[in-house]
Design a protein around this ligand. Structure first.
Ligand code: CP
Length: 447
C-alpha cells in the first residue's frame, strides 16, 4: 500500500504531547467566539460514518464543521447504508473519502476498525470510537477540560471508576494521563478491571507500574467494592500522597472519572451492584478539589443531585467538544499549522505480516470479523526480547511470540536460541507455538 501523506487520529498516541497542548490554545481561540470562523473551512466536506449510536461525538463533530463553514454528510444509521447489504468498511471509506468528503469521522463496533478506515481512505480519518479500543477525541475533550479546570495536566491524581475493561474512553485517557505523569487509581467494578494489554502498555511505554491496593478514603460510592489498583510512574515522590500500597489513603484527588457499564459490549454480565457516585462521595476530604468527570451518556452511575455541585464538569466536557474538534479538524485539514507538528506518519507503520501464522487473539478485533475477508494479519514488534511481544496493527492487542522462523529456510527456533537471533529482521516470521509453526509449513529445530 502506498504511503499516505496525511495525518489521522486513530489512537491518542497519534498526537504528540506538544501537539495536544497547542491544540488546546487553538480550541480556546475557537471557543472565544464560536461564530467567527465560518470562512475557515468553506468548501470542505466532512463525512460522519457512525455504525454505532452516538449523540455527542457525531453532533459535536457536525456542529464543529458547520461552525467552520464547511458542509456535512452523514451516515448515522448503518441500516440505511450499504453496510447492511454486506459492504466492507474498507470499500465504504474508499468511496466516501475522496470526492465525497475531505475528512472522515468513523465510529464502528469492532476493535481496530478506525485503523482500517485510516488505511483505506485517501483523506484524514478521525476515530469516533472503535469497539473497546480507543476514543481519542473524547480524551482530547477530557484533557482540555482538566487543563482548564486545574491549570495543568502534569502530575494529577485521577481516580478511574466503573467499567474499565470495555470503556474505550478510559483506554485512551490512561495513555494520555501516563504521558503527563499522572497518578492513576483504578477503581473498577469487579470483573471489569483495566485489560492486561493496557496495563502492559502503561508499564512498557510509560513506566507506569500497577499494584493492587484498597481505597479507604473514598466513601459514598454506592455498590463500590473499594477494590482498587494504584498505578505509579515509579518515582518515589509520587508515593508520598499515599500511606502505603495495601491501604492507600488518597489525600487529594484531582478528578474522579466515572464510566457507565458498556452493556453493548457485555455478554450478559451482572452489573446490579455497579458503583454510583453520590453527594457523599464528594463529602470526602480527599475530594475537596476533585472534578467529577464522565464522558456521558450517564445511566445510573452519578446521582442527578451531584449535577449542581460546582465540581461536576461532565456537561462542560461535552460542551468543550465543539471547539476542541474545531481545532483538531482545522489541524488535520491543514487550515492551521502547529509549531510542534511532527511529519505525517503512515497510518499503519510497516509491520510484520503474519501470513498463515499469527492471529490476533482479540475476538472483537476487526481482523477476526469483517476483516477476515480482506485484511492481512499485520503485527508490530513492540518488544524484541523476553520473549518477543507483537501487537496487532489494528486493535493493538498483544501476543507473545515464542518461536521465530526464517522465511527462506522455513526452519523455526525458540525465540532465545542462537539460530533465532541470527535471523535478519526482514527474514523473520513469528509464531506463538510450535503447533502454529508446523501448521504454517515450518519445520521446528530444537533449542
Ligand atoms: N462520549 C461519547 O462518546 O458520547 P456519544 O456516545 O453520545 O457520542
Amino acid at each position: 500500500m502506498a504511503e499516505l501523506e496525511k495525518r489521522d487520529l486513530v489512537s491518542i498516541e497519534d498526537l504528540s504531547t506538544a501537539e495536544i497542548l497547542e491544540l488546546f490554545q487553538h480550541a480556546d481561540e475557537f471557543r472565544a467566539n464560536l461564530r467567527e470562523w465560518s470562512e475557515s473551512c468553506r468548501g470542505t466536506i466532512m463525512a460522519t460514518l457512525f455504525f454505532e449510536p452516538s449523540t455527542r461525538t457525531r453532533l459535536s463533530f457536525e456542529s464543529a464543521m458547520l461552525r467552520l463553514g464547511g458542509g456535512v454528510i452523514t451516515a448515522a444509521d448503518e441500516k440505511n447504508t450499504s453496510r447492511s447489504k454486506g459492504e466492507s468498511l474498507a470499500d465504504t471509506v474508499r468511496v466516501v473519502g475522496g470526492s465525497y468528503a475531505d475528512i472522515l469521522v468513523v465510529r464502528h463496533p469492532e476493535d481496530g476498525a478506525a485503523r482500517v478506515a485510516a488505511r483505506y481512505a485517501r483523506v484524514p480519518v478521525i476515530n469516533g470510537g472503535d469497539g473497546a479500543h480507543e476514543h481519542p477525541t473524547q480524551t482530547l475533550c477530557d484533557l482540555y477540560t482538566l487543563w482548564k479546570e486545574k491549570g495543568k495536566l502534569e502530575g494529577l491524581e485521577v481516580v478511574l471508576c466503573g467499567d474499565l475493561r470495555y470503556s474505550r474512553t478510559i483506554h485512551s485517557f490512561c495513555y494520555a494521563l501516563a504521558r503527563f505523569h499522572a497518578n492513576i487509581v483504578t477503581m473498577p467494578y469487579p470483573g471489569f478491571e483495566l485489560p492486561d494489554y493496557v496495563l502492559h502498555r502503561l508499564k512498557r511505554d510509560f513506566g507506569v507500574q500497577a499494584a493492587a491496593a484498597s481505597v479507604a478514603d473514598l466513601p459514598g460510592l454506592a455498590g463500590s467494592s473499594n477494590a482498587a489498583a494504584y498505578l505509579t510512574a515509579s518515582k518515589p515522590h509520587q508515593l508520598a500522597l499515599f500511606t502505603n500500597l495495601t491501604n492507600i489513603e488518597v489525600n487529594r484527588i484531582d478528578a474522579i472519572y466515572m464510566t457507565r457499564a458498556q452493556r453493548e459490549r457485555h455478554s450478559g454480565e451482572d452489573t446490579t451492584n455497579y458503583p454510583r457516585l453520590t453527594r457523599n462521595t464528594l463529602g470526602a476530604a480527599a475530594a475537596k478539589d476533585a472534578r467529577v468527570m464522565h464522558p456521558l451518556p450517564r445511566v445510573d452511575e452519578i446521582d442527578y443531585d451531584v449535577d449542581d455541585d460546582p465540581r461536576s464538569v461532565y456537561f462542560r466536557q461535552a460542551e468543550l467538544g465543539v471547539p476542541m474538534r474545531m481545532a483538531l479538524m482545522s489541524f488535520l485539514l491543514g487550515k492551521i499549522q502547529l509549531r510542534s507538528a511532527r511529519p505525517a506518519v503512515l497510518s499503519v507503520t510497516p509491520g510484520i505480516t503474519a501470513g498463515a501464522g499469527l492471529r490476533c487473539r482479540n475476538e472483537r478485533c476487526i481482523t477476526n470479523n469483517e476483516g477476515v475477508r480482506y485484511l492481512t494479519r499485520d503485527f508490530r514488534l513492540r518488544d524484541a526480547e523476553v520473549p518477543p511481544v507483537l501487537s496487532c496493527a489494528y486493535c493493538e492487542r498483544e501476543i507473545e511470540a515464542r518461536f521465530v522462523g526464517h522465511t527462506q529456510s522455513r526452519l523455526v527456533h525458540r525465540y532465545n536460541a542462537a539460530e533465532a537471533r541470527r535471523i535478519k529482521p526482514e527474514n523473520r516470521v513469528y509464531f506463538e507455538s510450535e503447533a502454529q509453526a508446523l501448521a504454517a509449513g515450518f519445520q521446528c529445530q530444537g533449542g
